[in-house]
Structures are given as C-alpha cells and as structure tokens.
Design a protein around this ligand. Structure first.
Ligand SMILES: [Fe+2]
Ligand SMILES: [Fe+2]
Length: 200
C-alpha cells in the first residue's frame, strides 16, 4: 500500500468529482420531478424527489470530507450526463443507467484508490454510497419498466394502492381515476408494496 499526503492525493480530487456528480444528480432529479408533475405523475415526481434528497445527503458527506481543504479551489476534470428529454420514461432510464455507472464502476474505483492511498475511512464511504446507488438504480428500473409497459397504475391482480396525497388505501387491480377521499388524480397512487419495501 502506498501512503500519500491527502493534499496530493487522487482521493481528494475524487471527493470533489463525487461532490460535483451528486450535486448534478440532485438537480437533474429535481428537474425530472418537475416534468413528472406537469404530466400528472405525482408518484414519479415523488420517486425523483425522494432520490434527489438522498443525493444531496451523499454530496454533503463527500463535501465534508474535504474540510481540511477549506479556502482552496480543487481543479478536476470529469464527464457528466446531459439528460434533457421530453418523456418521463427516458428520464427514468437515464437515471437507472447513471446510478448503475456510479454504483458499479465509478465509486468502487474511487473506493479502491482511497484504500490504496491509505484513506480507509474515505474508502468505506465510497463503498457504502456505491451500494445505495445500486438500490437507486433498481428503484428507477422498477418504475421505468412499469411506465414502459403502461402498468404504473395497473397491477396483475388485485393489489393495495395508497394515495400519496391523503393516504387513502384502495384494493383494486387498477388504481382509481380519482381518489374517492381527496379527489386527487390517479397519478398519486402507488402500490403499497413499494412503500413497505423501500419507503417508496
Ligand atoms: Fe448519490
Ligand atoms: Fe443515486
């Protein structure tokens, strides 16, 4: 194992790259959430906002690890996605792809480098957050498939749906066009099992 001063390390740069990546992901998901809202898909809006908040938390963890560089500017290069689509399915697929890249390639490589350079605590953060990104990818994937198959509000058999606005629960194969309690649209309904399994 080589031992490197933090100031000269690749890990310092990787933390700044990660902070930049997380910051952009948070913004992209917030924009996608806005698009979902305009399409009446409150449930997809919620998925993006829920994930955007977690990206913000990741960004803070990486940023805080740079405390000893306070006052400095850190120059890095990087490639970042342009995901400007008019369709919500494209946004879900792009998010699935980007999360998988982070979770399976980028952060594991940053974790390896941090370990090699002698920063095991930083390495652990990269590994732990990589695992979260893989869960993000799975979540986006599940919703992308449902949208692609036009089954976001249609289940195989009878299932429990919750209105994300008022919490009313309905047993049905198809989510109601309007919530019978609060009159919000079908776009607010989410399968209960998603809430039970993932918080969404
Ligand atoms: Fe993240
Ligand atoms: Fe993520």
């Amino acid at each position: 194992m080589m031992s490197v001063e933090f100031a000269q390390s690749k890990t310092k740069e990787n933390l700044m790259r990660a902070f930049a990546g997380e910051s952009q992901a948070r913004n992209r998901y917030t924009f996608a959430a806005g698009l979902a809202r305009t399409k009446g898909l409150a449930v997809v809006e919620r998925v993006f906002l829920f994930t955007a908040d977690q990206e913000r938390a990741h960004g803070k963890i990486y940023y805080d690890l740079l405390a000893q560089c306070s006052g400095e500017n850190i120059r890095v290069d990087g490639a970042y996605p342009v995901d400007l689509y008019s369709g919500i399915l494209e946004h879900l697929k792009a998010a699935r792809h980007n999360e998988l890249e982070e979770g399976e390639k980028v952060y594991p490589a940053f974790a390896d480098m941090a370990r090699e350079e002698g920063f095991p605590e930083v390495s652990k953060f990269f590994s732990d957050i990589a695992a979260v990104e893989r869960v993000h990818s799975e979540r986006f994937s599940r919703f992308a498939e449902l949208v692609e198959q036009d089954r976001l509000f249609v289940s195989e058999g009878e299932t429990r749906w919750m209105c994300l606005n008022c919490g009313h629960i309905v047993n049905a194969a198809i989510a109601p066009a309007l919530c019978p309690v609060c009159k919000h649209g079908q776009g607010f309904f989410i399968r209960m099992k998603f809430i039970e399994q993932t918080g969404l």
